[in-house]
Write a protein that binds this ligand. Structure first.
Ligand code: BGC
Ligand code: CA
Length: 249
C-alpha cells in the first residue's frame, strides 16, 4: 500500500460516514424545515450581435437595428433621487473575435464629474464574468469597467486592466453617449457563448456626490464585489436578411 492509497482509503471511510449521516431521516427533516426552498431566480438575457465598430463616440451604422437593454432599475439603498429623476439609459452590444463592444445612450440632464470618487461622477459601468460562473467574489475572468461622461476610464476587479478597454464619450442633447471596446480573454468568441453581464449608471445631480444608481438587472450596489447576480449575455451571429424571392414572370 503506498501513501496515496492510504489517503484514498481514509477519504472513502470519511465519505461513507458523511453519506451515512446525511441520509439519516432526522437530519434531512431538520435541514428541510430550516431552509425553505427559495424561488428560482430569473436570469435576464442580453444579446450581442456579431460586428465591429470604431470607438470614437460617433454612432456607427453597425449599431442600427439592434435591440437594446434598459438600465433603469434604481438601487434604493444608494439613491436620494427617485427612479423617475435618476439618469437612465439603453445599451446595445456587439462582439467580434477580440472584443465586446457596448453603446450606451444615457439620459442625464445635469452632467457632473466633480466627485473625487470616479463612481460618484456621471458614468457608466460594465461588469463582466467571462466564464459566466456567477461564483461570487471576483476571479481572474471577472472585471468592472467604468467610463465617465467625459470619457475617463477606471475600473476594478481581478480581471481589470486599463489595457483591456478602449472608450470614447460624447455629450449629446439631454445626456451622453459612451462607446466601449472590452478585450475578451477567457470567453469563447463564438456564436452561442454565454457570459455573465451587469450594467450600471451612476448619476450626480450636480451636488458633487452620487445621487442615484440605476442597473440593468440586480437593484443592489453589489456588482463590484460579487458576480452572483449578473445577467447572461449571449453572443449571436447577426441574422441574415431574408433573401428576396425570385420575381415571377
Ligand atoms: C459601486 C461603488 C463602489 C465602486 C468600487 C461601484 O460600482 O457602485 O459603490 O465603491 O464600484 O469600484
Ligand atoms: Ca447627472
Amino acid at each position: 500500500m503506498n501513501r496515496f492509497s492510504v489517503a484514498r482509503g481514509a477519504f472513502s471511510l470519511a465519505m461513507s460516514g458523511f453519506v451515512g449521516c446525511t441520509l439519516s431521516p432526522m437530519l434531512v427533516f431538520a435541514q428541510d424545515s430550516a431552509k425553505p426552498a427559495s424561488p428560482k431566480k430569473e436570469i435576464p438575457i442580453a444579446v450581442a450581435s456579431f460586428g465591429t465598430i470604431k470607438v470614437d463616440g460617433e454612432i456607427d451604422e453597425a449599431w442600427n437595428n439592434l435591440s437594446a437593454v434598459e438600465v433603469k432599475k434604481i438601487v434604493k439603498s444608494e439613491s436620494t433621487l427617485s427612479e423617475s429623476e435618476a439618469a437612465k439609459g439603453t445599451v446595445k452590444l456587439l462582439w467580434d473575435k477580440e472584443n465586446l463592444y457596448a453603446l450606451w445612450q444615457v439620459k442625464d440632464s445635469k452632467l457632473s464629474a466633480t466627485s473625487f470618487d470616479p463612481w460618484g461622477q456621471d458614468s457608466v459601468e460594465l461588469f463582466i464574468d467571462e466564464l459566466n460562473e456567477k461564483a461570487g467574489a471576483y476571479q481572474k475572468d471577472d472585471a468592472q469597467y467604468r467610463v465617465s461622461y467625459e470619457g475617463k476610464i477606471s475600473g476594478d476587479g481581478m480581471g481589470y486592466s486599463p489595457d483591456n478597454i478602449k472608450a470614447a464619450a460624447k455629450k449629446v442633447e439631454g445626456g451622453y453617449v459612451v462607446e466601449m471596446a472590452i478585450k475578451l480573454s477567457f470567453a469563447k468568441r463564438e456564436a452561442g457563448a454565454k457570459l455573465g453581464l451587469e450594467l450600471q449608471i451612476n448619476d450626480d445631480p450636480k451636488t458633487g456626490n452620487r445621487g442615484a444608481i440605476t442597473k440593468w438587472n440586480h437593484p443592489e450596489n453589489d456588482s463590484y464585489m460579487s458576480t452572483t447576480d449578473f445577467g447572461d449575455l449571449v453572443l449571436e451571429m447577426k441574422e441574415k436578411a431574408p433573401e428576396k424571392a425570385p420575381e415571377k414572370k
